[in-house]
Structures are given as structure tokens and as C-alpha cells.
Design a protein around this ligand. Sequence first.
Ligand code: ADP
Ligand code: MG
Length: 688
Amino acid sequence: MPAPKPKTAKKTVSNESKLAKLGLRTDMDLVLHLPMRYEDETKVVSIREACLHGGMASQVEGVVTKCEVGFKPRRQLLVTLADETGNLLLRFMNFYGSQVKQLAEGTRVRARGELKHAFFGAEMVHPGYKVVNEGAPLPTVLTPVYPSGEGLSQPILRRAISDAMKRIDWQDTLPPALIEDMRLSDFEPAVRLLHYPPQEVDESALSDRSHPAWVRMKFDELLAQQLSLKRAQRARRSKGAAALPVTGALSDAFLATLPFKLTGAQARVLGEIRADLRHPYPMQRLLQGDVGSGKTVVAALAATQAIDSGFQAALMAPTEILADQHFRKIAAWMEPLGVTVAWLTGSLKKKDKLAAQALIESGQAQLVIGTHALIQDAVQFCKLGLVIVDEQHRFGVGQRLTLRNKGDAEAVPHQLMMSATPIPRTLAMTYYADLEVSVIDELPPGRSPIVTRSIDQNRRDEVIERVYAAALEGRQIYWVCPLIEESEALQLQTATETHAMLAEALPDLQVGLVHGRMKAAEKQEVMDGFSSGRIHVLVATTVIEVGVDVPNASLMVIEHAERFGLSQLHQLRGRVGRGSAASACLLLYQGPLGGVARQRLMTMRETTDGFEIARKDLEIRGPGEFLGARQSGQAMLRFADLETDQWLVDQARDVAHDLLHATSADSAATVEAHLARWLGGREEFLKV
Ligand code: ADP
Ligand code: MG
């Protein structure tokens, strides 16, 4: 029994809802909730023996000879347990009144914990314990310890799981031939072994998950994932989308008015997108390109194809600043060509919002640009042919799904997602099996590389001088305020103070301030001032992190750079180096630096290549964090590890392919049964 928490007058939450919080809703969910480790309660040793291997967990059995509540140095329950070989003190810092009665003198108790030699002799602090009768049989299997959540004790979980095991249908979902071919364990014995391993099991194989029982679980899980992804791909292909075959007047005129020529990489990915849009089934394509590689213009060109073909296109961006910037830029390109571009964000006045919605619904607006406001119920498109999501990793799976569902029921719109965050190959292969990827691997010409330096913040004065010198040369400067994760209020305060400090230190310059709490119109005004060159130095919080494009800005100072993650630093730095002026990024840090922070700053100094940075990031952080639960919905793998289990991923992919291509009714039934077991109702999330 784990240490009980002191009683509180909290409302009682039902066990079901606590289980549901862990994602355990069905019997099968419970059965597949596997232990993270085990406790060995199969043996009892004498108190004297336990004293010999002090420091290790052991289980003893004895009779209570004394049970009292002590008060020094604080209230605690002290129970003395004795067997033929000696005495042992059990110390409970938190306890219920009922425990005092339960552990009354004369009670026989099995206690399990780490034995320590304290001042008054041997003791266990907060041991697990059980009241037993003399001669009560010992368990013959290891006791599972499950991942748990708030207020959910191990006994409750254990009971719920063992009850569920009595109710489920154990039928193996895989055909016997496959199991034999792949030398897999059978499902039921594998699951039973993982919950209740026999004493003699190879515990190291359990803990590193190389035991055949674990391999079966991981294979099943990966197979379900692959089946589901492949099926989603098929379903998508079988679903109709409006073909958008025309690249006519608008596309040509647009290309002709662009002040630059597309890079080779831009032209190539545009070709890939154009080909997809001609198909009568929906495109699902990720456009990946480092910050500054010029994704926006490619997206705009994709939109012209939709418009030329008589359909609407929508572009959704994660922040108002970014959406606004897209709107201005793209509207400036397209409106002279006779395109109606609508603008929709949450901060619009009611009247303007309604007007925009009317334009969208009537079909008059050919291109719609905005934020999350685009996915609200009130927004109805007339003929949505193409959906573009910028900085797609900033959106949840559900949000992307909602936008895609704004098409009519018959024809799903084509979908183009954009991101500067490269997805490592292994992740792309599994999570994104249903996604085509286009990569812009070349920057527009004439960019000069960004020089990055890290500077101790004691040398702030020198940095301010540098800012001044840069401004005198007609360049513009971003000054990014430190990230303060714990408190937005504090972050705001720092931004305001930094602004005041710089305004005072640089009296001849215009210093602007932009942060997340400002009203949209205020933000707008400041960003305009900066874009037009009226503001020389822009003090900003991370609201400028994504997408912002002011080519004349060529110096960036990032305060407390040691607090930022690699990809964030890279995104921020990507705001400079967009014009032809030599650009620099100064990473101010407060020493002494920890190992990880030092590594990050070094990586930033050494490379500006987003792929290289993503690789380093993956190395430092590991793949779990890379995806984030938001990205993957409920589809996150629980058991398999994409790195170490690569061989299983490959096998699962092959088996999934075979099962889906076999024509027998048996294979179809296998697929259904397997997906039902492993994904339950969660399949929808994989389809976005
Ligand atoms: P990102 O890929 O980070 O979204 P943007 O689309 O914002 O990059 O483009 C960065 C800058 O490069 C913009 O100012 C854009 O107008 C410019 N640009 C895009 N393509 C080219 C090109 N082929 N030649 C020159 N400049 C370009
Ligand atoms: Mg962009």
C-alpha cells in the first residue's frame, strides 16, 4: 500500500473519471496499460537479513509490538515490528487515523521498503505494507507498478486492470501463420506475462523492453499505426477533391509582376504542388523550407491556381502579426490583378467581421487570409478548393482538420502545410506516412550570411553602441526580450523596462515596443512603423518569432539567449538576413552557462542551416518532445521507440502493406480487428 496522503475535504472524483484522464476508457485500454516496473513481493526475509542488505528494497513480515503517534520533530506514526530475529521501526510521516487502528499491537504485517540504519536502529520510511494472517501465501508473480495519475492509487489501478482482463475477448488479432512466420509471442500470454511476470522472469529484458512479450506489444502497436496511416491515405485518394487544372491568366500575371525570379528550388516545389492540384483527389503536402527560403510566394502561386480554376483559397497563420503581414504582402501582389482578398481575424470589429464573412460565403472573396478565426463555425466558404496552413506545427491536429472540413461534403479541399521545422526522417516515415513532402533547399540569391556571436551580458554597453552604429548606417534592429516561461506578466515588465532603457540610451533613435498583450491595432501600428523604417529599433517579445519579414532589419539582439530552445533561436534569427545587407545576431547570455545551454549557443554560432540545427535539437532533446502530444494527437506511440525499434517499424510497414493488399475477407477482418483493438476511436486523429 502506498503512503496515503493526509485527508482533505476535496470533492471525490470517481475512479472512472480519474482513469479516463489517463486515457483509460475501455477494458482494452486498461488491459493495454502496461506496468512501468515491478515490485518483488514474492519473498519474505527476516529482519536481520534485511538489515544485511540495507539500502535495497526487501520485504519482511512480523507482528506489531508498538504503535504510537509521535510529535517530534513533527507528527508521525511510529510502528515497531518484530520477528524472531529482531525489531524494525516503520515510520509514516503522513497517515490516516484509520491506520493507527489498523496497525494496532498484535497485528501481523508484511512491510516492503528500503531499510535504513537510523539513530535508534533499523527503520523503513513509508514502507508499503499489507495486514496478513499467519501463513498467508506469498504472491508467485511480481507485482506491477503502473503509470498513474493524480489520486489514482496502485491498488485501484491493479484492481481495474485485473477486472478488465476477465472481461475482454482475448482472441488474437493476427493470423497464426503470421505469428509463426515472424516468431512473435501470442497476444494473451504476452499481455499476461507483462502484467504478472513469474518470479524467474528475466527482469532486465522486461525493463529494457527487449523481452518477446514486449516485442509483441510493440509490433502490434506499430502495425496498427501503419495500417491506419495507409488506410487514411487510401481513403483520401478515394475521396473526391475538385481538380484545379488551370494555371492561366492570374498565375502568369502574378509571376510577371513579382520583383524577383523564383529560385530553382521554389520552381521545383511549385511544379510538385501544381501537379497535385490537378488531381481529382485531395493533395496533402508539407512544404518545408528553412526560414527565409521563400515559402510565402510559393503558397501564393498555389492559390492563384485555385483562383484561376474558379475556386477559393484560404491561408491560415498562427499569429495576427503574421496573418496581417501575409495579407498586406499578398493583397499588394494580387489586388492590382483584380483578385478580391478577404481578411479575417478575431480582433476585427463585429461589423467588419460580418462583412468579411459575407464576402467569403458569397464566393466574392477568392482568397481569404487570417488566423484561427477562419475555422470558426460562422465562417462558411462558397467553393473552397485549397487550404494553406502556415507554420503548421503551431496548430493542433484538430484545428487543421476543422479548416479542411470547411469544404463541401463531396469535395475535400487540397491541403498545403508549411513549416520551417524539418521533421526527422524516422518521424516523417511513421507519423506522416500519409504526407507528401516538398523541400525548398536553397535560399534566394543575394543573401549575405548571418554572423552570430554570443556575448556576456556584462558587455551590454558595447552592444548598445553597436546598435547605434548600425542605425546610423540606415539599418534596423530587433531587440528580443528574454523568455520568462513562468510568468507572462514578468515578461511584459521586462519588455517595458528594456524599452525604457534603450529609449534612454539611444535618444536620437526611435525605439518601438511590441508584445503579445497589445491590442491588434496597436501592434499593427508599431509593426507598420518598423516596416516603413520610421522605427529604428524594435523591442519585442517572442511574438515576432514566426514569419515576420522586414528585409531591412539586419541586426538582432537576443537577451538571455540561454533561456531559449534551439529551434526558437533559429526562428528568431531568421528575422534578419532577409535583405542584402550583412546581418548579425548577438546572443546575450548570463553566465555561467550550463552544459546544454553552452551546446545550444555553440550550435547557433556554428551553423545557420535549419536542418543541421533540427538534427542537433533532436540529439539534445530526443524525439518525444519533438513531436509533442499536440502534433500527434492520441497517436503517440506508447511502447515502441522509433529509434531503437526501427527494425520493427520496417516489418510493421511490410505486414501492413500485405494485409491491405490481400483480397481475402480474412485479411480485411484482421485489419478491422487489429485497428479496433489498438486504436479504438482514436483513428480520426491520424488522418489530418
Ligand atoms: P519563409 O520561407 O521563411 O516564409 P518568406 O516567404 O517570408 O520566407 O520569404 C523571405 C523573403 O524572401 C521575403 O522578403 C520574400 O519576398 C523574399 N523572396 C522570396 N523568394 C525570393 C526570390 N526567389 N528571390 C528573392 N527574394 C525572394
Ligand atoms: Mg513564412
